[in-house]
Write a protein that binds this ligand. Structure first.
Ligand SMILES: Nc1ncnc2c1ncn2[C@@H]1O[C@H](COP(=O)(O)OP(=O)(O)O)[C@@H](O)[C@H]1O
Ligand SMILES: [Mg+2]
Length: 258
């Protein structure tokens, strides 16, 4: 293939593989997918070359939040029907998306060799980006743990609900047991900054007492009705409501990560 015939998406800009930032939580519905989308957008706006990788292998829905209609998805890649580069999409907001396999559940129970194949493909495609943001599924099954463990940075999303806090704690505990890299906490849907600080402090105390280490707080993101409005309109928050408090909170997170 001549250079001109290659999709521009694939032309590597960096020789080193991009940084892998995984977003996990244990509990579903806390805002992982929304955070992964919005963080990808904010990093792109900060000049980073970003790939958003829908790694929720059971109930992928990055493409739904973004209103994308993928021609292929990770399922086709894993089944060997399409090379990973062929299913990449570029979003107008300035980042690329690797869509997951929405609703089919086909990828939820990947066997170990298939998962390692996904990881190899992920590392290969990461070479073309400065950051790859992985939206992980809920739960703590082996696939989620493996994807979290290979990340350079794990962002664990928690809300003030006790079930979210216990699940976030479980993710942090297993991540430590798996020998994973740096982990930080993101408090989402905080009713105020002060309330978010208290939520973080509760989780940090449990980690200090039982894990012997305290993950730093990466961000407190306020609850904001414009988040669900943006999702309903399948438009990124930073496009639809750039002045929203939650948008400012995610941009601050992106700033701290660059
Ligand atoms: N900061 C926020 N403020 C208000 N609502 C939020 C916020 N973050 C997430 N949500 C709501 O939570 C819902 C679930 O988000 P989603 O990203 O799908 O969660 P997950 O991927 O963890 O299951 C969204 O549809 C949205 O309405
Ligand atoms: Mg999700």
């Amino acid at each position: 293939m001549t250079d001109a015939a290659q999709p521009t998406l694939l032309r590597p800009r960096t020789a080193r593989a991009g940084r892998l930032i995984a977003v996990a939580s244990g509990k579903g519905g806390v805002g992982k997918t929304w955070l992964a989308v919005t963080l990808s957008h904010a990093l792109a706006r900060a000049g980073r070359r970003v790939l958003l990788f829908d790694a929720d292998l059971g109930l992928a829905n990055v493409d739904i939040q973004l209103g994308l209609v993928p021609e292929g998805d990770l399922g086709a890649v894993v089944a060997g029907r399409l090379p990973l580069e062929r299913v990449l999409l570029r979003h107008d907001a300035g980042f690329d998306v690797l869509p997951g396999c929405s609703g089919s559940g086909a990828l939820a129970a990947l066997d170990a060799p298939a998962l390692e194949a996904v990881l190899r493909a992920l590392r290969e495609v990461a070479r073309g980006y400065s950051d790859v943001v992985l939206d992980l599924g809920a739960g703590v099954e082996p696939t989620v743990r493996r994807l979290a463990a290979v990340a350079d940075l794990l962002l664990v999303v928690a809300t003030a609900e006790p079930t979210s806090l216990t699940d976030a704690y479980a993710v942090l505990k297993l991540h430590a047991a798996d020998g994973g890299g740096a982990a930080r906490v993101v408090v989402n849907q905080a009713s105020s900054r002060a309330a978010g600080e208290r939520t973080y402090a509760t989780l940090a105390r449990a980690c200090a007492a039982f894990l012997g280490r305290t993950p730093p707080c990466a961000a407190i993101i306020r609850r904001d009705e414009r988040v669900s409005d943006a999702i309903r309109h399948q438009t990124p928050l930073l496009t639809r409501h750039p002045a929203a408090p939650a948008a400012a909170d995610v941009e601050a997170l992106a700033g701290a990560l660059t």
